[in-house]
Design a binder for this molecule. Structure first.
Ligand code: NAD
Ligand code: MG
Length: 327
């Protein structure tokens, strides 16, 4: 028995427990493979950021600096071995970070994205395949009910089933005044953020066995809405709410439903109409951490909700917002 296990277990750890500790890999934590401490304040870029703007929905590969989705950093440990996942908005941002992490944890992953996002999506498929897993690209517009149904059917066919559904895609467009929001704008935001998860989850449910997991991306905007995000913020409140409602409904089927609530994260959504230019230049600077988050910093939350060892977590929202926002 190595030194650390002895210290952790002390005299109270019986022989059977010691054997289990070894089997669980505690023994691997010896002195020469310690993870170095990293200062979270210095880990990623801080404002000011350079002015930049892209047509909606934007491409991560054209952002300056490029977001970190964990491409070179995420290390898996088999937590999702053999799972089959569908992630909307899997080309960039939080969805891409989740896709990379899921694949490195052993899952096959289908990603949906808007057709103009092919350059970002192609990179994600390469990364999934580099992890030795199956990557399936299914472009299409989530504002269309028939497409949402096809998306689920194509995923089930390609992956041979479905165990994890991540409803992550979202539309955010900043408007100073409610008077500037057209009915078409309002409708597009509601369709993308509220209707699409409704359609996708209805289509997915018959395929989900006990042990499956549904994960939604909500936002700090659900709890503390910004004045320029009148329409978007209410969709995020609705998302937080459906997590709470659906988790109660599906607990009896053994299906868990949870949500991730990011704070300000450096993604394509922000440079393609999601934030004003003034907001973008100082993006994330108001948080106690003094910088925006990177998608990579949220990947482990999606993994945690998807993993079998989180079996008592349902109806939960986990936040990650640099010290600002709620929950
Ligand atoms: P992102 O732009 O990288 O991802 C959003 C994705 O949504 C796009 O890549 C696109 O593929 C998809 N999408 C939007 N409309 C679509 C449509 N009609 N059809 C198909 N796909 C469509 O940005 P992100 O910030 O990673 O966004 C992911 C989620 O995180 C969203 O739900 C967003 O609301 C949420 N969120 C983001 C922040 C932030 O600061 N970036 C904060 C809180 C919550
Ligand atoms: Mg994108």
């Amino acid at each position: 028995m190595d030194r650390e296990v002895r210290e952790l277990g002390g005299a109270r750890m019986g022989a059977a427990h010691k054997d289990r500790a070894h089997a669980a890999g505690w023994g691997a934590r010896d002195a020469h493979c310690q993870v170095p401490l990293e200062d979270p304040r210095e880990k990623h870029p801080k404002p000011p950021f350079q002015k930049q703007s892209q047509p909606w929905p934007g491409l991560a590969c054209k952002m300056e600096p490029r977001p970190d989705h964990g491409e070179t950093s995420y290390r898996g440990s088999g937590r999702l071995q053999g799972r089959r996942a569908l992630i909307t908005g899997g080309d960039s941002g939080m969805g891409r970070a989740a896709a990379i992490a899921f694949a490195r944890e052993g899952a096959d992953v289908a990603i949906n994205y808007y057709p103009t996002e092919e350059p970002d999506a192609a990179e994600v498929i390469d990364l999934i395949e580099a992890a030795g897993r199956r990557g399936v690209a299914i472009p299409g517009d989530l504002r269309d009910e028939a497409f949402c149904q096809t998306l689920v059917q194509q995923t089930v066919k390609a992956l041979g089933g479905l165990d994890i559904v991540v409803c992550n895609a979202g539309r955010q467009q900043t408007h100073d005044s409610i008077l500037d929001i057209t009915s078409e704008d309002f409708d597009a935001t509601m369709k993308t953020n509220i209707y699409a998860p409704f359609w996708i989850l209805k289509a997915a449910l018959p395929h989900l066995a006990p042990g499956s997991a549904i994960i939604a991306t909500t936002s700090e905007q659900a709890y503390d809405p910004s004045p320029d995000l009148y329409d978007y913020a209410q969709t995020k409140a609705a998302t937080m709410n459906y997590v709470k409602s659906l988790s109660k409904q599906l607990a009896s089927k053994g299906i868990r439903v949870n949500g991730v609530a990011p704070g300000p994260i450096w993604t394509a959504l922000q440079v393609s109409g999601g934030a004003s230019m003034e907001k973008l230049e100082t993006f994330g600077g108001h948080t106690p951490m003094g910088r925006p988050g990177q998608p990579a910093e949220l990947a482990s939350l999606y993994v945690q909700f998807a993993a079998a060892d989180a079996s008592y977590a349902t109806g939960q929202i986990y936040g990650s917002s640099g010290g600002a926002g709620q929950p």
